[in-house]
Design a protein around this ligand. Sequence first.
Ligand code: ATP
Length: 609
Amino acid sequence: MTENLRIVASKLRRALAELPYLPKAVALVWHAARGWTTAWAILLVAKGLLPVATVYLTRPLVNSLVAAIRSGGAWDQVRPALVLVALMAGVLALTDVLRSVTVWIRTAQAELVQDHISGVIHQKSVAADLAFYDSPDFYDHLHRARSDAPYRSVALVETLGSLLQNGITLAAMLTVLIPFGLWMPVALLGSTLPACYVVFSHALRQYHWRRRTTAEERRTWYYDWVLTTRETAAEVRLFRLGGHFQSLYQSLRRRLRDERVALARSQSLAEIAAGAAALLLAGLALGWMIWRTVHGRGTLGDLALFYQAFNQGLGLMRSLLESVGQLYANVLFLGNLFEFLALQPQVVDSPSPVAAPAAVKQGIRFSGVTFRYPGSDRPALEDFSLTVPAGQIVALVGPNGAGKSTLIKLLCRFYDPDSGRIELDGIDLRGLPIADLRRLITILFQEPVHYNATAAENIALGDLAASPGRAEIEAAARDAGADEPIARLPQGYNNLLGRSFSSGAELSVGEWQRLALARAFLRRAPILILDEPTSAMDPWAEADWLARFRRLSAGRTALIITHRFTTAMHADTIHVLQQGRIIESGRHQDLMALGGHYAQWWSTQMKLV
Ligand code: ATP
């Protein structure tokens, strides 16, 4: 027995520990839709009081009807009964009107709350460190916040509403019952205690189950994505992977489904037991009241009033409890959102930042930089030093995984190094405001984004702040060699790209790359970084583009990462990277004369060409 009590107490403690999220959740709703929430609260109070008016009208109505019948239909007895009937009809009509108005107000409120929450999640995701996207834990948080929070917040509003409304009605009903004996309201409340326990403990169990299974649920979403998305469609067909991924999806879903159904089953059984206790009590109370009326200690009107009040009270307690349970569950799940929002970025502005230079005068210097990706034992860069002098073109070559792209990520402060310094004109990057630093850099990423927007917009996204005009967009497209593929589109620069929306045109990988290059060129930043700019170009296009590149990068500091030696050879300095270290540096001729890795890889590549 004491053991059981201890379990109940610990469950209650755990349940209460989650409640601090309630005020936060309410504040979120209030912040999102003040006006609608006020209107909705007023309506709920009105709707809460109307059933009490019905109950109060019942006694005089029944008694006046009995009197009218006894008087044989005398007008002075019938008239008060008719007035009461009219009043009762008025209350019922008003209840109906309010119900419909509530649907409208609640829809507006719910839409606003959903959009507000999505906005908060988007803001947080965009501001999160890139490192967060390397962590499965972050995805779990994001998944729970995204999948639960919007609909849970709407459900929270609904349950808060029914809680308020039913609470008002119940309080009034309990007041109605007090004249029949103080024990009546106490019995009514007591009868729901077992159900109360069931509701809370199951909300908690379901919440913990959901937390435990988030990663598995995300995996089912992943399988679903593989089976339904365009990116995978060709491979799934060629390698006949459909059945494989379907069976992975189904077997995982089966397990999750079985666990979920088992939870629901045990909740139903517990609720049936709790409901039986409440029913027994209701029967006893009604029996007592009938006995009282039969013995002439109450009128028929009293019996009708009591029956309505007690019966409605029981129903209200049940739905109140349900609301409390749902409210609790919703608050628990909204806790996921608040946990997600509480994640703090590690790469932040220094408390006393130094103003970033408007142009690069000396250059970029990496000194003794060591960096491991979060959760990785192996350093991607180790004791790494490199100088990129201002105004020069520097190329980085090296095998896959040598650490070339990592360098760029550190330079943009997507991550901070574990040790060592990265300086721009002698200023440690950590001392510069992050936004200012990033404004100094423009990049062609190795896997650029294919925005489903027009060709012109795809380029303009490189510098929205400068509101580029058509002439600048077209100049950037020409510099990148993107003007030709754009000219072939039926609507040229105004043609929608990508296949997600109707009338969108699809480009080849190389054409997308040129568009991304144009995006990078559009931004007149002093530091130009190109990660594999020619990887998808054919040799003719490459030769043509390289001939123009020096002019395009004039006055800028350029860093080119490439596997193509024909591209690297145009740089002022070439650094050869291997396993996070520079093993050779110099101009093309110097490196060839050295006869080391570069010369060896060059001749291998030339033989292949
Ligand atoms: P490639 O020529 O293939 O593009 P790279 O030289 O650009 O290669 P990086 O992308 O810098 O190589 O990767 C360097 C090392 O860091 C690799 O061993 C890779 O496995 C590891 N790495 C890269 N990104 C991550 C990440 N997000 N989390 C953990 N390790 C990573």
